[in-house]
Design a protein around this ligand. Structure first.
Ligand code: FES
Length: 176
């Protein structure tokens, strides 16, 4: 019996409170404060963001890759992950190839056992010279400009790209 009376009293108090003008005022006041803090929060975020402008940091286009004597005959893959290049050396020349498939731009792998570059995306294959011979790629791999600096170290310029018709140009290879 007394429990029912308590419950009734509680409900009555809740009802009175909800309809009390002060209760609504409190809710409105909270709303205003939330709005003010929300606005200030957004303003603070926008101000902080202002000090970090959207700048695109381009990777360096000129990279030093050491002396020609650092590279043995064959395909050297040590710069593939960091600079996306291979250094390929044969008996008389050294070339720097761009590790970018000429089909849609994936990064091929050098398959030592098969003696070829193989693109994992759609299966294009390139021989050690970079000539395409299987898959959808319609042209050979590109080569990058390479030259020696005053100390005899090789400098690769990634902004100067040689397609197959320019492979004989100075800079597209190094005589070694
Ligand atoms: S991107 Fe290499 S075969 Fe398609």
């Amino acid at each position: 019996m007394s429990e029912r009376i308590d419950q009734k009293n509680t409900e009555e108090i809740r009802e009175q409170t909800e309809h009390c003008p002060n209760h609504r005022l409190l809710t409105r006041r909270k709303f205003v404060w939330y709005s003010v803090f929300g606005f200030l929060g957004l303003w603070l975020v926008a101000t902080i963001r202002f000090f970090f402008p959207r700048v695109l940091f381009e990777p360096k286009t000129r990279i030093r890759i050491g002396y020609p004597s650092d590279y043995r005959l064959g395909v050297d893959t040590r710069h593939r992950a960091t600079d996306r290049i291979w250094v390929v050396r044969d008996a008389g020349t050294l070339v720097v190839m761009l590790a970018k498939c000429t089909h849609l731009g994936c990064t091929p792998d050098w398959k030592e056992s098969e003696h070829k570059f193989k693109c994992p995306c759609h299966g294009s294959g390139f021989d050690m010279e970079g000539i395409n011979f299987e898959g959808p790629a319609s042209r050979p791999l590109d080569r990058l400009h390479v030259e020696l600096d005053a100390t005899g170290r090789m400098v690769v310029d990634k902004s100067r790209v040689y397609g197959v018709k320019d492979w004989k140009k100075p800079g597209a290879f190094l005589p070694v």
